[in-house]
Design a binder for this molecule. Structure first.
Ligand SMILES: [Ca+2]
Ligand SMILES: [Ca+2]
Length: 548
């Protein structure tokens, strides 16, 4: 694995569940959720009968729940209604009655959603309950690299992507892609979402009440801070030559992406020591950081069902769903994004469910995978998701997720990528606002910067011209911490250093460096997105540069 290309391939194939391979065998049984036992009789809900019809009038959102949870979810529907989002609650029991021809409860729910989309015009759907109350579809995923195994991937995208028949060939497998090796034609599984779908990871009335209380509080107390409190947590394992874990590079590339887009205060908790500006990741330091109630938290690391690992080896420390459940940061409105396996696996207390079910803290919504993911694919997905909210100003978490899949950064025609695009699941109300913060003050300076290029450096920003670059580009910046060692480098999109441009002991003032678009071995870098990293003292600044 000496060549860069080979190492890139390895990184692309590194799965975020390596130390937890044994847990993978414990994936919940998809056949155990097909027909959950009937619960309380329906009837507590006015109008909870029949198929959606145009005569009902328009609605923006539906909540599909169990008859036992109608009361709290009615309160949530009322809260949305006060905000102008007409929301209707339907029980699975009434949906069963209205769609007897469905092959199972999941298909009955999808048939209901298709009618609600066509006749009411809904954009949002909340699954108001975890399994076994409200089932999640399993997509059949095979043709994965390095394995002959297939897995059944829990996915709520089945409820978001309403075109086509997810079991067109009528066998026991849903969501199959064609398999050229076996000649299996597969199904007609749509992967471009119409709806924004989220799920409340609750199974009883008390959990549902708490979920609804937290969600209503978040809807009615929109954050108006000057600065987005952003937490980056990166676990250990798979280090580079400088002993920096791969997940730290992922976190740094997210910081590089977010920093120019919004006024954010970053807290970095990394399993890398010493790492300038970062606290060392332990169970305790992570819980303290999450307990401070960040607006947006990103977790990158190995994980298993109910567990986030601080390092490659689980014996070095884990943060368990029960730890998140016990958080006491009060009414956090925070949103969390995970690159860590099984974060949202249904039917158990997942890490994501722990954060959301926490009665005295945690967060209000979580985006993360139901099963394993590959790090490179998941990183690309998360970056695209953050860009939708922070750069394109997509207003809600559900719409940002839908926008990523409508404008796919990952091809939906390979199962390797479908692990990410179908596996990422939103726990929480999809109509919650995206935690976007406010545009950076320096945004206004951008216009002035284009008129007088050097002015950009006065704000601490790095100026790269031309950008995009075709042959050579010039990098201009003020040394952020005069008197401290300076390290200027170019990173690829995965955060790996490709070129060191300058290392010096104690430079001061303005620096102008040239980059000839070559790596440290003199080879021209491939076209794509790169970051110029200016690190001095405990501060690092990242600036994007596109190489054509
Ligand atoms: Ca099939
Ligand atoms: Ca579609």
């Amino acid at each position: 694995m000496r060549s860069l290309a080979a190492r890139r391939l390895l990184a692309a194939l590194v799965c975020c569940a390596l130390p937890f391979a044994a847990h993978a065998a414990g994936r919940s049984d998809p056949h155990g959720t097909e027909d959950p036992a009937p619960t309380a009789a329906p009837g507590a809900l006015l109008g909870d009968v029949g198929k959606p019809a145009p005569a009902d009038g328009p609605a923006g959102m539906v909540i599909v729940t169990d008859a036992s949870l109608v009361s709290p979810f009615n309160r949530l529907a009322d809260a949305h209604g006060r905000n102008g989002l007409v929301t209707r609650v339907r029980t699975l029991q009434s949906i069963r009655d209205a769609y007897p021809a469905g092959r199972d409860d999941a298909e009955r729910i999808r048939l209901f959603l298709k009618d609600a989309r066509a006749n009411w015009g809904i954009e949002f759907a909340l699954m108001g309950g975890d399994e076994p109350l409200i089932p999640m579809r399993r997509a059949y995923i095979d043709q994965l690299p390095l394995t002959n195994d297939a897995l059944l991937l829990p996915t709520d995208q089945y409820y978001a992507c309403l075109d086509g028949d997810w079991n067109a060939d009528g066998d026991a497998r849903w969501g199959e892609l064609p398999n050229p090796a076996t000649g299996d034609p597969g199904d007609d599984a749509d992967a471009i979402p119409e709806l924004c779908v989220g799920r409340a990871p609750v199974t009883d009335a008390k959990q549902a009440q708490n979920f609804v209380d937290k969600t209503i509080h978040a809807l009615e107390h929109a954050t108006k801070r000057d600065s987005l409190a952003m937490l980056l947590i990166a676990g250990g394992g798979l280090v580079d030559a400088a002993q920096i874990p791969l997940f730290v590079h992922v976190a740094e590339s997210v910081e590089a992406l977010v920093d120019p887009l919004t006024t954010a205060a970053f807290t970095r908790v990394y399993r890398a020591f010493p790492y300038p500006g970062a606290e060392f990741l332990t169970r305790e330091s992570a819980l303290a950081a999450v307990g401070s109630g960040p607006d947006l938290a990103c977790f990158f690391g190995f994980g298993g069902p109910g567990t986030f690992a601080v390092d490659f080896e689980p014996s070095l420390g884990t943060i368990d769903a029960e730890d998140f459940l016990a958080l006491k940061n009060q009414r956090s409105q925070g949103h969390s994004v995970f690159l860590s396996a099984f974060t949202t696996v249904p039917g158990r207390l997942s890490v994501g469910a722990g954060l959301i079910r926490a009665e005295h803290g945690g967060c209000v919504s979580v985006l993360g995978p139901t099963d394993i993911e590959f790090i490179a694919a998941s990183s690309a997905y998360i970056q695209a998701y953050l860009l939708k909210g922070l750069a394109d100003h997509v207003p809600t978490v559900g719409e940002a997720m839908r926008a990523v899949l409508r404008d796919p950064v990952l091809p939906p025609t390979f199962n390797l990528f479908r692990l990410t695009t179908l596996g990422n699941t939103l726990l929480g109300d999809p109509a919650l606002p995206f935690p976007a913060g406010v545009p950076p003050a320096t945004a206004q300076a951008a216009a002035a910067r284009s008129a007088t290029p050097a002015a950009g450096t006065a704000s601490g920003r790095t100026l790269v011209t031309p950008n995009p670059a075709r042959a050579m580009t010039e990098i201009t910046f003020e040394t952020p911490t005069p008197g401290a060692p300076l390290d200027v480098s170019v990173l690829d999109v995965a955060g790996r250093r490709v070129r060191t441009l300058e290392r010096s002991d104690a430079p001061t003032g303005r620096r102008i460096l040239n980059w000839d678009l070559r790596d440290d071995r003199g080879a021209r870098v491939p076209s794509g997105l790169y970051f110029v990293k200016v690190a001095q003292g405990n501060r690092s600044k990242f600036t994007r540069v596109v190489v054509q």
